[in-house]
Design a protein around this ligand. Structure first.
Ligand SMILES: NC(=O)c1ccc[n+]([C@@H]2O[C@H](COP(=O)([O-])OP(=O)(O)OC[C@H]3O[C@@H](n4cnc5c(N)ncnc54)[C@H](OP(=O)(O)O)[C@@H]3O)[C@@H](O)[C@H]2O)c1
Length: 303
């Protein structure tokens, strides 16, 4: 069988590294080999993967995109490149929009020109967090931050045929996610304070990557919410990590967002957990977030 050609942008990011490894039939650190949402393991020759980092493929460069896609001739483009510094974006609006909004639109258009299916990854921060619980795909976005607004703008620049995967609170073994920070504090004997009034869905990068393999295979089109099962607050996450590392309840203290000092530049939704029932009606659920975080802790490099 001819391998499916997949071009991945943002391939050096936390999700990109894991997606490239999975498309090559491997299991990156943190992955659960038993999690196969479509029931079929990835064969090493199923995909021909071109994972491109920023210096190789800048998604803000229209000519480079057109040239790159014309040469690569992918069947599917998975767009993970993004401006993800949520607070910095409040002061760097133009640069954030150039990548997340304009770049996404350019890549959707360029993918269509070479007949490739386009998959864009977006965020729970497109929502204002005031719904109460569990955002479904048809809920109206109302972003509160520059980052959230730029990602929503990017979604709107996609074509009807494209697939948009919204995910949230992504944590990878690679990179420097909040779990690494909490784990280092737990190991050093110090304590942490985390907010208990922001609720969301944790997503392990390796689990999201495996879900994206399913999307690449099936090219469903439309919007899909993908996150690990269960909801949590940042405080509950910190307490869980502490317990996993042998610390008692004294390790993590719950505070409110109003107590954060200095106050973060970007407002965060109060409750932006994603309802994944659409995904679960077609494929199997992602593992519970505690299972994912435990795998991250198990496989993270020693510091
Ligand atoms: N992280 C989260 O909590 C989270 C939550 C919801 C949704 N998402 C979405 O999930 C996707 C993957 O996120 P991630 O966590 O893997 O992010 P990440 O680790 O920050 O990776 C993003 C990558 O995009 C690259 N990039 C930035 N500007 C670029 C440009 N102009 N051209 C090409 N590449 C560029 C970055 O390169 P440099 O490092 O060199 O800048 C980085 O390698 C993104 O769409 C993000 O918005 C993330």
């Amino acid at each position: 069988m001819t391998p499916v050609r997949v071009l991945v942008t943002g391939a050096a990011g936390q999700v990109g590294v894991d997606l490239v490894a999975m498309l090559r039939g491997g299991f990156p650190p943190g992955a659960d080999p038993a999690f196969q949402p479509d029931g079929v393991a990835v064969a090493t020759d199923e995909f021909e993967v071109l994972g491109l980092a920023r210096h190789e493929f800048d998604v803000t460069d229209r000519d480079a995109l057109a040239r790159g896609l014309a040469v690569a001739r992918p069947d599917v483009v998975v767009h993970l490149a993004a401006y993800t510094a949520v607070d910095q974006a409040e002061r760097d609006v133009e640069a954030c929009y150039a990548v997340n909004a304009v770049g996404t639109g350019l890549l959707s258009e360029a993918s269509a020109q070479v007949g490739a299916h386009f998959v864009a990854v977006s965020t729970d921060y497109v929502f204002d967090g005031e719904k109460g619980a569990g955002y479904v795909e048809s809920d109206a976005p109302n972003p509160q931050s520059v980052y959230g607004a730029s990602k929503w703008d990017g979604e709107q620049r996609c074509r009807m045929e494209d697939t948009i995967v919204r995910t949230s609170w992504v944590m990878g073994v690679r990179g420097r996610s909040v779990v690494h920070v909490i784990a280092d504090r737990a190991a050093s004997g110090s304590t942490v304070r985390f907010v208990n009034d922001q609720t969301g869905s944790v997503t392990l990068a390796a689990d999201l990557a495996r879900a994206l393999v399913t999307v690449v295979r099936e090219r469903p089109g439309g919007v899909w919410h993908v996150a690990n099962s269960g909801v949590t607050t940042w405080f509950d996450l910190a307490r869980f990590v502490g317990h996993e590392m042998g610390r008692g309840d004294e390790f993590a203290t719950a505070i409110t967002t109003a107590e954060l000092s200095p106050a973060p530049l970007a407002p965060r939704p109060r409750r932006s957990d994603l309802d994944t029932s659409k995904w679960r009606s077609r494929w199997s659920a992602l593992p519970d977030w505690r299972d994912g975080v435990a795998r991250l802790l198990r496989d993270r490099p020693a510091t």
